[in-house]
Design a protein around this ligand. Structure first.
Ligand SMILES: [Zn+2]
Length: 451
């Protein structure tokens, strides 16, 4: 607006000057050497104006050149940068698509054009990972570690590498450094927790889990369960070190955290029995059998009284344990085993039938066969139970959810795949091979009974 007013005033002034000059025309005479020029004052004024404009234009052009010495270079470097960014984005796309060769090509291009920028280093490291070039990946991560703005990112890569190589101690050291750099970052918390669990450093695992739960990284039943398992392991360590009192406190905590967690119930009962407080023990046994009835718990409860006769155990199981969960198949199984051990065949048969229900397992059918032989010397009835057991469902075991490994005793880590807390008590799937193996095992047995 101001500019257009200015131009308008300027044009008006020039017009006014021109009119004024034409009203008062004058002559100008120039004499230089042998040349003589005679003209009007209007022409001289116009020439002066044109000269001023030309000088002003030259002056501006000179300023433009002076202010931008790298002006021409800048045009090139901008194009270079653009090419680098393009290579970066294509490289990231190639990594997401798993195209190792393309990722490597774009990483080289990006590094050539952009140099050691954070994103370039990251792309190069990831491309190296994708190409399974361990040495190159390590070099790029190390370079990232040297810069303040990429150290955290580099740590993540190196932690993954260390884990992949099974170097848990190194991975933990790096994760602790990451925690120092950016305290409370979610993935660092998770890493610290998982690494502590892998290292069987239960105290550290407990602390990491607490921090995670505070930071809302993990909540609810999963955290309670993990805490129960970790607390159980801490109890077990204390027990092994002879710190019975601390072990009992922890075992009871673990049982409270997850009342259905059998190993914690077993340890709590075993350690309370050592303490010798019978009222407390009876209360605990009642509570545990209600919430975690299980073969292992039944064994632990039996061992509470040392040197007990089978018939005494059968009576104690029937009178003090079974009433707390009378209809559970595990209760019937416990009573059946106790009755058989004390040669009490009638109740043994009754509880075996109840424990088996509609789908008795191989183990139950074999016990029935044993019972027929021992109680009635009835080989034919025994043989029938054995034959039935061929197609029966298998007895439950501790089976790894991750790899299917079967174990007789619970452990926090699967002995085959080292997964944490994956062993659960369930029936194995009966494969075709299992039936055949059982049949092969039974044939001599049947042949023997027929003779
Ligand atoms: Zn496993």
């Amino acid at each position: 607006m101001i500019r257009s007013i200015f131009i308008f005033v300027l044009v008006a002034l020039i017009a006014f000057g021109a009119v004024w000059l034409s009203d008062y025309p004058g002559d100008v005479r120039l004499t230089w050497g042998g040349i003589e020029v005679e003209t009007s004052i209007v022409v001289i004024a116009a020439l002066t104006l044109i000269f001023a404009v030309v000088v002003a234009l030259f002056y501006r052009f000179w300023l433009w050149l002076k202010r931008g010495p790298g002006r021409i270079g800048a045009v090139f470097s901008n194009r270079r940068r653009e090419r680098g960014l393009e290579a970066l984005s294509s490289g990231m796309v190639a990594i997401a698509a798993g195209d190792a060769a393309e990722a490597r090509r774009q990483a080289i291009e990006a590094e050539k054009t952009l140099g050691g920028e954070p994103m370039t280093l990251l792309l190069a490291a990831q491309a190296a990972e994708l190409n399974e070039d361990d040495r190159a990946a390590r070099i790029y991560y190390d370079r990232m570690m040297e810069r303040k703005d990429t150290e955290f990112l580099g740590l993540r890569g190196l932690i993954n590498r260390a884990r992949g190589e099974g170097n848990i101690a190194e991975a933990r050291r790096l994760a602790e450094r990451a925690e120092e750099l950016r305290p409370g970052t979610l993935w660092v918390q998770k890493e610290l927790y998982e690494l502590a669990v892998k290292a069987r450093d239960w105290e550290a695992a407990d602390q990491a889990l607490s921090r995670m739960a505070r930071g809302k990284a993990a909540k609810g039943d999963a955290v309670r369960r993990a805490r129960a398992v970790i607390t159980y392991e801490r109890a077990d360590v204390a027990r092994a070190q002879g710190k019975t009192e601390a072990a009992l406190t922890l075992a009871l905590q673990a049982h409270d955290l997850d009342p259905g967690f059998v190993p914690a119930a077993v340890l709590a009962v075993t350690l309370t029995a050592k303490e010798g407080a019978s009222r407390k023990l009876n209360k605990l046994i009642a509570d545990c059998w209600k919430k975690a009835p299980h073969r292992d718990l039944a064994d632990a409860i039996r061992k509470v009284v040392s040197g007990e006769q089978p018939s005494d155990w059968f009576r104690r199981a029937r009178e003090t344990v079974a009433p707390h969960n009378p209809d559970h198949p595990e209760t019937h199984l416990m009573l059946a085993r106790a009755a058989m051990a004390s040669n009490d065949w009638g109740p043994a048969r009754e509880h075996l039938m109840k424990a088996g229900g509609d789908a008795p397992t191989t183990g139950i059918l074999r016990r029935l066969a044993e019972l027929e032989e021992k109680a009635n010397a009835d080989a034919i009835a025994a043989r029938e139970w054995i034959l039935k057991s061929v197609d029966a469902p298998q007895d439950p075991l501790w089976i790894c959810r991750a790899c299917g490994r079967q174990e007789d005793h619970w452990q926090a880590h699967c002995p085959a795949c080292d997964s944490f807390d994956t062993l659960s008590w369930r029936q194995p799937d009966r494969g075709p091979a299992a039936g055949a193996a059982l049949e092969a095992e039974i044939v001599p047995e049947i042949a023997a009974t027929e003779l």
